[in-house]
Design a protein around this ligand. Sequence first.
Ligand code: PEP
Ligand code: MG
Length: 588
Amino acid sequence: MSTLATPTLALKGIGASPGIALGRAFLVDRKRVRTPKLRLGPAEVEPELLRMKTAVDLSDHQLGALKHQIGQGDGHDHAMILEAHRLMLRDPMFLDEVNKLISTDRINAEWAVRRVARKIKHMFDNLQDEYFRERRADVDYVADRVVRNLLGQVVDEEVELPPNSVVVAHDLSPAEAAVMAKTSRVSGFVTDLGGHTSHTAIVARARQTPAVVGAGRASEQISPGDLVALDGTRGLVLVNPTPEQLALFEEALRRHEAAEQTALALKDLPAVTRDGWRVKLLGNMEFAEEIPALLDHGAEGVGLYRTEFLFLDRPTPPTEEEQYRAYRQVLEALPNQLVTFRTLDMGGDKMPGARRHEREPNPALGLRAIRYCLSHRELFRSQLRALLRASAHGHLRIMFPLVSGLSELREARTELEACRSDLGRAGVPLGSRFPVGIMVETPSAAMIADRLAPEADFFSVGTNDLIQYSLAIDRHNRDVAYLYKPLHLSVLRSLQRIVTAARDANIPVAMCGEMAGDPAFALVLVALGFTELSMTAGQIPPVKQIIRACSRAQGVLLLEQVMALTTAEEIERCVRNEMQRCFGDLQS
Ligand code: PEP
Ligand code: MG
């Protein structure tokens, strides 16, 4: 196919999984199902309720079969998503409401399903958190499946993908994403909908397949067989690129592949500066599926496991037993490696189950994280008990998020010890004592880091929140994103204070916010004295390269200069110039 004859089109979306892909478009057309709308006579109500029940049973059976199909091997998290869909099918909020509409409003089942789905989605609309807005799509997947089954349509068709396909879709259901994730024929994903936490994004990151989501009307604008070049880091899609653009992409692809080769070559080498400062590079994860990618990129353990993701995509929280199994699975996948479990960062916008539609006036400053756990003791205890039980199966440590004062740390520790005693008395096997630390991500914790350090076994700085709260900028608000400056003097002073307190108390100090994974900051972080940095898989090799190429002494000199400056712009310029001077090639 000639690329000269067809006009070039550039689309901008959200870079959801890094990397460069070049391939032919394969369109997955998940057409919307037309919903017939009928009024029922009194005698038609009972048969309609039965029809609905049959469609729900069939949907449940199909999801069970799909789960079984992909559940083996690395499909575990996709299987969990499908299980969540099964729970949604049986959720009284869904099922009872549909049956009520059929019985009282006397409308047909398809129409009732759509009305209830719309109502549930509307609750999600009012939530600002991206993850929850994404979950509206799950309601559609479930509703679509039931409606298709009511109409007797084919579901879960197998698609034959040609090799090197860029899958283009309006949206992909978790079932589609999961099944595609099993083939090696997909070189990239482009979807009209979605954000960083949509299923396509999660699947793509876990598979290390470049993906651009939220790309507007891509599925209408791209035709089957079009040549598609996508940059999953910058969120850029070029359709039928010009020869010059194609050459640039091919060059970028070569560079990316070379970087991946370097990553592999670096995998087993330590991140140590030329003058001997050793930094442990750890991985951030939300789902067990990310573990192989972390290991491939040389992660020396997990520095942040965001456990709340186990709780979010379902109507009711997981039981202690379910949590225990999930935590154990992660620990067993990483024998001999340290896994840092962050206890539930729930609340605010991230409400579990039936309470998800409740809103606080200012969620970022509300009943979130450790505050939420301390006021929902049963939920907190179930997690602590699961973690204590899992501790028999690996090397773990736990950390409490959003601690703002010493009392919270003490209370949380007391709760942990109470759970430990209960389990011990009941004869439940437990591992040995593990380190218990805190995330330092509030300005108050940074200010009193010297008082917190003697009672914490380690610190891990959450810069995403620390910056948000220090600079008073909502991290999700695009309008103030220009003020989000990791190198702001106030942030650097906080970091300095935190590291000093940790060093004085002789405890390790880690960073697990996004700042840790940006190679541009590596020299400054080494100079500040961080000994552990935790980031996503793809960020590990570039950060390691900088660390191995620098000396800490050089960083200390830079830090001295930087701390004498005042504006974030001056500091950024100073750091950028030094990085360019020393590591120009490495940074490209
Ligand atoms: C942080 O705040 O930097 C952090 C790592 O936690 P989260 O992004 O999950 O709030
Ligand atoms: Mg945080």
